[in-house]
Design a protein around this ligand. Sequence first.
Ligand code: RP5
Length: 173
Amino acid sequence: MKKKPLVGILMGSDNDYDIMVETGRALKQFDIPFEMIVSSAHRTPERTTTFVRQAKTNGIKVLIAGAGAAAHLAGAIAAETTLPVVAVPIDATAMRGLDALLAMVQMPAGIPVATMAIGKAGARNAGIFAAQIIATSDETLALKLEAYKQEMVAGVIKKADALQQRLKDDGLD
Ligand code: RP5
């Protein structure tokens, strides 16, 4: 049987998918079940509200919103829930994501959203951040995150060693 989703990912348009798939990949890496839907704050406000109001009862622990342009999705979601909301600004206009970033990061006092970087890095980090939130009450997941960090350390050390070798090869050490 399919596991019940712990994370709900909403994106304003199907055109956001190529970015938001990175969130899905990050969650899959940590075996966190998620659901992903297209729902816009502006075009389908009722659909967004209905999904968000049911989320907590349905077992969702974190909501992630990816949107571009005048990106009100994360804020509109946060208005309707006490679940943590993570925002991913998407480059969808001539302003290259800065519009979405400012819309998401400049929430008024009282309605927080955790805003990530613009684009793929932000989408991936949203997944990892959601994993970190869930891991506060899931020791197995916390251990997976610890192992992931250790792998990153090993990867950087390997690259640093390779760089030293290149300096040597180029007679620059
Ligand atoms: C936002 O407007 C969406 O999140 C998308 O990034 C942007 C443009 O949407 P489309 O016109 O490409 O559907 O609501």
